[in-house]
Design a protein around this ligand. Structure first.
Ligand SMILES: *Cc1c(COP(=O)(O)O)cnc(C)c1O
Length: 236
């Protein structure tokens, strides 16, 4: 089990993180208000989520649907749950139930199912399309070469709102290694936003984590997904 940070420790982490975010924003002339912080609470217990809520966290990210259900099915009205990991076909129904935003969609078949489940729940779900900009085999998401054709082929679904794109940086110690992929993602978003009614809300770029958030912000991230810098290290 992870040791849960107390309120003061988490506050301190948040202060340090906010300094990083605001430095990165000022270095490229962006406003901190244009970058939404998603608190990635995966592998941390409910207690950690409650502490985060107490210091102002409202956007939470979870990798696995089951863990999201455990922590967020009874969430407060002002909390939003983001599913940021790949969702297997048999988990889509539960994902539609618990999530406000799903960042990791990469198949037409899954989108169609998700639309059906969202319709049954009478909700409109925000979705992002994941692109494997790091070109690492272990990562899910569309291949970069296929991404454009995939976006062109997206059907308009009544109960899904396409909000933008997501990617994970390269798994190296150098944040700079992720820049080209993030830049690709931004160009793709720019190409599609407002192209037609399917893309009228296609503004988001979910990219950047603890190790590479500065580079992601410089490349235009509108959502950063941060776990370690807020909650401490995870034990798997
Ligand atoms: C775990 C995870 C994060 C957070 O990673 P940290 O390095 O702990 O900030 C962000 N995005 C995804 C998709 C993750 O799985």
């Amino acid at each position: 089990m992870n040791s849960v940070l107390d309120l003061q420790e988490m506050k301190n982490n948040l202060r340090l993180l906010n300094e990083r975010i605001s430095l990165a924003c000022s270095s490229c002339g962006r406003s901190v208000n244009d970058v939404t912080l998603i608190w990635v609470s995966k592998f941390h217990p409910q207690e950690a989520v409650d502490t985060a809520y107490a210091i102002g966290a409202r956007e939470f990210g979870e990798n696995r649907v089951q863990e999201a259900i455990e922590k967020f099915s009874q969430k407060k009205d002002d909390v939003r749950c983001h599913i940021i990991g790949p969702v297997q076909s048999n988990k889509l129904k539960k994902a539609a139930l618990v999530a406000d935003v799903i960042h990791s969609m990469d198949s037409l078949e899954s989108l169609e199912k998700l639309n059906r489940y969202s319709a049954e729940l009478n909700k409109v779900l925000d979705v992002l399309i994941q692109v494997n900009t790091s070109e690492e085999d272990t990562k899910s998401g569309l291949q970069m070469a296929d991404a454009k054709a995939f976006l062109e082929s997206l059907p308009a679904h009544s109960h899904l709102r396409y909000r933008g794109l997501m990617s994970i940086g390269k798994n190296t110690d150098l944040a700079e290694d992720s820049r080209a992929g993030f830049s690709f993602l931004r160009a793709l978003r720019d190409e599609f936003v407002n192209r037609d009614s399917r893309f009228s809300h296609f503004t988001e770029l979910s990219m950047g984590m603890t190790g590479d958030l500065e580079v992601a912000i410089e490349e235009g991230a509108t959502m950063i997904r941060v776990g370690t810098a807020l909650f401490g290290s995870r034990q798997y």
